[in-house]
Design a protein around this ligand. Structure first.
Ligand code: FES
Length: 110
C-alpha cells in the first residue's frame, strides 16, 4: 500500500512549468497542467540524469533538455524512444500536494 507524503503546496506550482523536489531520497519532478498535478521521477531514463523538471513542456509532452527524448506525462510513455517514465500517484488534500511513495520492495512505476 502506498504511503502518501507531502511534497509541496499547490500554490508553489506554476502552470506548465516543472519543479524539482527530493523526497525520501527520490528525485521528483512535478508539473501542473490544466489544473492537474503530475509527478514523475526527475531522472531521464536515457542517461539517468536528473533534468526532466527543466524540460520544455507542450501540453502533456515533456522534452528532455539533454537529447530531446519526449515523454507523455499522462501515460509515462515515450513518444520518440522506447522507454517510459517512472510515475507517481498524486493526491491533493486542500493546498497540500501529496505523492505516493512506494514501499522499498514495491515497483515505483505503473
Ligand atoms: S538524458 Fe534525457 S534525452 Fe538524453
Amino acid at each position: 500500500m502506498a504511503n502518501f507524503v507531502k511534497v509541496t503546496e499547490r500554490t508553489v506550482l506554476r502552470e506548465g512549468k516543472g519543479h524539482a523536489f527530493t523526497v525520501e531520497g527520490r528525485e521528483l519532478a512535478l508539473f501542473l497542467i490544466s489544473g492537474t498535478v503530475h509527478a514523475i521521477e526527475n531522472i531521464c531514463p536515457h542517461q539517468h540524469i536528473p533534468v526532466l523538471a527543466e524540460g520544455e513542456l507542450e501540453g502533456t509532452i515533456i522534452t528532455c533538455p539533454m537529447h530531446g527524448w519526449q515523454f507523455d506525462l499522462a501515460t509515462g510513455k515515450s513518444v520518440n524512444a522506447s522507454s517510459r517514465l517512472t510515475q507517481y500517484e498524486v493526491r491533493c488534500e486542500g493546498e497540500n500536494v501529496m505523492v505516493a511513495m512506494p514501499e522499498d520492495n514495491e515497483a515505483s512505476w505503473w
